[in-house]
Ligand binder design. Structure first.
Ligand code: SAM
Ligand code: SF4
Length: 458
């Protein structure tokens, strides 16, 4: 066993996985492991996987296979699987990936990771740890959140699992049922993120507006000076009050049923709460929405969008859409195009339907050919490009507050950062600028996904 084993984590999937990987890295660092400069130099490689689409699973399995094969040249290499696939595949994964050291569910991973890695380094193989029902903060340990480098933007999970059971979605079966975290534990974690340098914190839940709606009572000794009665607005108020160093607070993903008067008021009146909401729509066809069991139709969805636009000045609304759901006709697809246009989304993520084992829709014939799914995907992306350009053109000539993140990915001579609306802004850095600074940028031009401008000196 190397004296100071180095680890590397490869992450697939959503922000919750990004958050879980971050917490696993901190656990390992706190236990004396070092982060490897590259995967090739690591003694331990973890693959944090996603099961939402088949492609994501294929990629993770391919990666695991490659890593295990690399053992021929690196005999001591430890390869571990975490994330949703660990729960979905159970112990069968060891048949699919011979040589895998361990597989551990996302909730169990936090408390188990250090001991699993140590045992694997000592030669153990085929260890499986499924998620157990309740592991409050198993993956979110308050005790080691201080370890690790500063991050300007950070995530904090507030709601585990999901009870919605949309017809196409594997998340409820791999992430378990809804469990809201105690607001005091959330405040402690946000505070720890602020201490590490976070200025922008996004509160995460698969269906985040269900926070505190099941098996949960808001603690009586935490009042709401703003007079909120619903758990999510109360939580936003509490976090903003208790951790003022976090200048920007977000929450995701939304659902139209959660766009209540109180939530809209919280977004408008709590200065830290950003004017941005990711509100997955999935389809604009009422027939498909019903089949998907989304719990709303297009009129209800658009009513939520209207309420947000009327109540929260300059709000940016983004979405997820699935194309090629079983039985989706050209007419259904055109309805999606119309509703997306009416909603005026700032950005949209389009996914080609992928049947997932055990979901209700997997029993239906996946009858939209791949080529047609691709075409619909391209059409929606082209529509969104034009719409994104129109949305962003509205910012040209205005000055926006930008949280500077660092050199831009495309051109390291320039910097990029984000507005409260989560829009990426590219600008020339000024002397002394550091990641985490807020700067005022006069927007001079726009593209569908990016604003460009010049820093305004005070
Ligand atoms: N909980 C969020 C919600 O309810 O919208 C997002 C969950 S999922 C991790 C992210 C996105 O993946 C979904 O919004 C949906 O558009 C997409 N998705 C989920 N299941 C899918 C499937 N079987 N095929 C294609 N896309 C899927
Ligand atoms: Fe999946 Fe629906 Fe839950 Fe989102 S709300 S995680 S799409 S079941």
């Amino acid at each position: 066993m190397p004296a100071h084993p180095a680890f590397s984590i490869h992450t697939y999937g959503c922000q919750m996985n990004v958050r879980d990987s971050d917490l696993l890295a901190r656990r390992l660092r706190a236990a004396g492991f070092a982060e490897a400069a590259s995967e090739d130099e690591a003694d331990v490689v973890l693959v944090n996987s996603c099961s939402v689409r088949e492609k994501a699973e294929e990629k993770a399995l391919g990666k695991l296979g490659m890593l295990c094969a690399a053992r021929r040249d690196r005999p001591g290499l430890v390869v571990g699987l975490t994330g949703c696939m660990a729960n979905r595949l159970g112990p069968d994964v060891f048949g699919l990936v011979p040589g895998l050291s361990f597989s551990v569910g996302p909730r169990a991973a936090g408390p188990a990771i250090v001991s699993l890695v140590r045992r694997a380094l000592a030669g153990a193989k085929g260890m499986f740890v499924p998620d157990t029902a309740r592991a409050e903060d198993g993956a979110s340990p308050a005790d080691d959140t201080a370890a690790g480098p500063a991050a300007v933007s950070s995530f904090v999970t507030i709601l585990y699992g999901c009870n919605q059971r949309c017809s196409y979605c594997i998340v409820p079966s791999v992430r378990g049922s809804e469990e809201s975290r105690d607001p005091r534990a959330i405040v402690a974690e946000v505070r720890a993120e602020a201490a590490r340098g976070a200025k922008d914190v996004c509160l995460l839940g698969q269906s985040v507006m269900r926070y505190g709606r099941m098996g949960f009572a808001w603690p009586e000794d935490i009042p709401s000076p703003m007079g909120f009665t619903e758990p999510l607005p109360r939580l936003l108020e509490l976090v903003a009050r208790e951790v003022p160093e976090v200048r920007r607070l977000r929450f995701t993903s939304g659902h139209p049923s959660g766009v209540t008067d109180e939530l809209v008021r919280a977004m408008r009146e709590i200065p830290a709460v950003c004017p941005h909401l990711h509100l997955p729509m999935q389809s604009g066809s009422d027939r498909i929405l019903k089949e998907m069991r989304r719990g709303y139709d297009s009129a209800r969805y658009l009513a939520a969008v209207r309420r947000l636009r009327e109540g929260v000045p300059d709000i940016a609304i983004t979405t997820d859409v699935i194309v090629g759901y079983p039985g989706e006709t050209e007419e259904d697809f055109e309805a999606t195009r119309r509703v997306m246009e009416e909603a005026g989304f700032d950005n949209a993520f389009v996914f080609k339907y992928s049947p997932r084992p055990g979901t209700p829709s997997s029993l239906l014939e996946d009858d939209v050919p791949d080529e047609e799914k691709r075409r619909r995907d391209q059409v929606l992306l082209a529509d969104q490009d034009a719409r994104g350009q129109r949305c962003n053109d509205r910012w040209v000539g205005r000055t926006v507050e930008v949280l500077a993140e660092g050199p831009s990915l495309r051109n390291a001579a320039r910097w990029s950062g984000r507005t409260g609306q989560n829009k990426i802004v590219v600008f020339d850095p000024v002397p002394g600028l550091r990641a985490g600074d807020f700067v005022r940028v006069a927007v001079s031009s726009a593209r569908p996904q990016t604003l460009y401008g010049e820093v305004q000196r005070a």
